[in-house]
Write a protein that binds this ligand. Sequence first.
Ligand SMILES: Nc1nc2c(ncn2[C@@H]2O[C@H](COP(=O)(O)OP(=O)(O)OP(=O)(O)O)[C@@H](O)[C@H]2O)c(=O)[nH]1
Length: 325
Amino acid sequence: MSEPTTNASTTSQPPVILCIGMAGSGKTTFMQRINAHLHGKNTPPYVINLDPAVGQLPFTANIDIRDTVNYKEVMKQYNLGPNGGILTSLNLFTTKFDQVLNLVAKRADSVSHVLVDTPGQIEIFTWSASGAIITDTLAATYPTMVAYIIDTPRTTSPATFMSNMLYACSILYKTKLPFILVFNKTDVVSHDFAVEWMTDFEKFQDALRRDTSYMSSLMNSMSLVLEEFYQHLKVVGVSAVTGQGIDDFFDAVKEAADEYEQDYKPEIERIIRKKMEKEEKDRQDQLNRLMKDVSVSKGTEVELGQGDKTWPEDEDAGMDSEGKP
Ligand SMILES: Nc1nc2c(ncn2[C@@H]2O[C@H](COP(=O)(O)OP(=O)(O)OP(=O)(O)O)[C@@H](O)[C@H]2O)c(=O)[nH]1
């Protein structure tokens, strides 16, 4: 039997891998591959499917959105098109997400990773309120990361490459989570060109110069912005079909989990602390306002926190001056 893999190297919580990618990038095939890889190592993951419109899943999900909401019924009932149907289904499912968290928590000790498949209509997950709630609540407890799946053969032109990178960049800044760029389908085209463009600015500039479209000067400026973005990424090339590069992917997952512990977790804890302090302050302000209203209506100051409270006589309370009814 092969050597079992561990969770993240510095945490006892299983890393959560959010698989996000454009339709057809190979997300589902990739999920199937990493799921099989982990089972092969005897370290099974916990699998969540958040795509209500997927026809058939080539793997078994522990939690499947399709068991909770019927996407076609939602479309009919709310008179929606396919995208509205997927979004509404995800919103309905998110109202039950506390139950999902409870189920994951029960299994957190015995699984190596939590794998999350998201809808192929990428913006439904990345730009919706429910997508943000799901991401944030998972990231509040688990070392959570984004695996952004890219269709490598379809990204070989500088313009498509740039668009895809800008999209990835927007997701990174929206989620603020550790990010792994997964160049998929490397059995068809190697991802070496992408690594070269990302590490050697001159090489990408050369490719842009060969691209004579009128957009190339805009892309020139945009590529400068992306240089900074590349610093925050982990890049791997895989083939979900043949399995090549999957070990590299899991090395990147370990690094991302460490990054979460070092950089993201303290930040998330700071945000939660700040939110709680604000809620406490709001409660206190509300209480003070209430007390002020009471004292104004009684024409006297009310002192709190003392055993011997002297309340003004209240005729409406139906008591006499000795406090008897
Ligand atoms: N050659 C090759 N083909 C792949 C690879 N991964 C996926 N494919 C193919 O790409 C197509 C799309 O794969 P899916 O896994 O359905 O892609 P998806 O991103 O889940 O698509 P949606 O369900 O539309 O979101 C299928 O025909 C797969 O067989 C790969 O690594 N190499």
